[in-house]
Design a protein around this ligand. Structure first.
Ligand code: NAP
Length: 285
């Protein structure tokens, strides 16, 4: 039986950290503020926004929602991103993605200041993941993986870590962060010749393939730590991950559940980025 590494205690620990920081910022008259820029009314975006607003209130961060109509002009969207980016009372800017198909996301990203890019989507933020610079921010999901490992006391130094998935949003930044902590990292993707062999030999397995149930008993070995980043809805409307939890859990040492694992932590990571951006702004360490 594995230990089930839930996101909730990680979130609680982050909340304590953020409350301490936001109290110090408020003493200086600074209210850390996140602007959410949304186009249209996608249910996913609205659900995320509701969660962000609810959680931000518990940690002393304010959220300002800016919603534009589905048929907004590209120029208006870019101009809005620029206005929020330049607003000195906004410390973090989150663009809800994907944008409707007719809009060019790259142009919006270019209008965003990396110091406010709390979701890590600008080129400078991503470059920072590779170069170790902290001008921008690490993409939230990759950072969530690290928060979970840190909270549960895992020192990745010298450990064999296999990351399944190489997207710019999750797999690559997660691999770079792990490498930065001196893990020995293997990255797997759709052309990996023998996925079960690669995943079985890991001490820590991070799965971000976006394929429901891709990892089963044949991919894991006793004692491993398994971090499941995937989020899917099954045919019964239930959330599930990239890992077949019921098969894998009896074998491995620890596993994050879906729901209740990585996804739970992502919102807090973004809010903590807002707090960090606000602290940097007033040179508060
Ligand atoms: P993505 O852009 O679709 O990338 C998936 C990656 O997995 C690709 O690199 C792909 O390889 C690899 N892959 C796909 N099938 C594979 C297979 N059969 N064997 C080995 N590798 C395979 O997905 P993403 O945006 O990184 O998201 C990954 C998952 O994380 C999704 O389920 C998403 O919903 C979830 N997610 C969760 C959170 C959260 O907060 N928990 C946030 C963001 C995303 P190739 O490069 O060769 O195509």
């Amino acid at each position: 039986m594995a230990e089930i590494w839930k996101g909730a205690p990680v979130v609680a620990a982050m909340k304590e950290r953020m409350l301490a920081d936001t109290a110090r910022l408020r003493e200086r008259g600074v209210i850390p503020t996140l602007a959410i820029l949304r186009v249209g009314q996608r249910e996913d975006d609205l659900a995320f926004e509701r969660t962000a607003i609810k959680r931000s209130g518990t940690v002393g961060v304010e959220v300002r929602s800016v919603a534009l109509p589905e048929d907004v002009d590209q120029e208006i969207l870019v101009a809005q991103a620029r206005v929020l980016s330049e607003d000195e009372n906004v410390h973090g800017l989150l663009l809800m993605r994907p944008l409707p198909g007719n809009l060019n996301e790259r142009m919006v990203r270019r209008a965003m200041r990396p110091e406010k890019d709390v979701d890590g989507i600008t080129g400078i933020s991503l470059a920072g993941v590779f170069t170790g610079s902290d001008v921008g921010f690490v993409p939230g999901t990759a950072q969530s993986v690290m928060e979970i490992l840190d909270y549960y006391g895992v020192d990745v130094k010298g450990k064999r870590v296999t990351v399944v998935g190489r997207s710019l949003v999750v797999g690559k930044p997660a691999a770079m962060l792990l490498l930065g902590r001196h893990a020995t990292v293997t990255m797997c993707h759709t052309r990996t010749a023998d996925l079960p062999a690669e995943t079985r030999r890991a001490d820590i397995l991070v799965v971000a393939a976006g394929k429901r149930g891709i990892i089963g008993a044949e991919h894991v070995s006793p004692g491993q730590i398994v971090i499941d980043v995937g989020i899917h809805v099954d045919e019964n409307g239930k959330l599930c991950g990239d890992v077949r939890f019921d098969e894998v859990e009896p074998i491995v040492g620890a596993i994050t559940p879906v729901p209740g694992g990585v996804g739970t932590v992502t919102t807090s990571v973004m809010l903590e980025h807002v707090v960090r951006a606000a602290k940097k702004n007033v040179s508060l360490d």
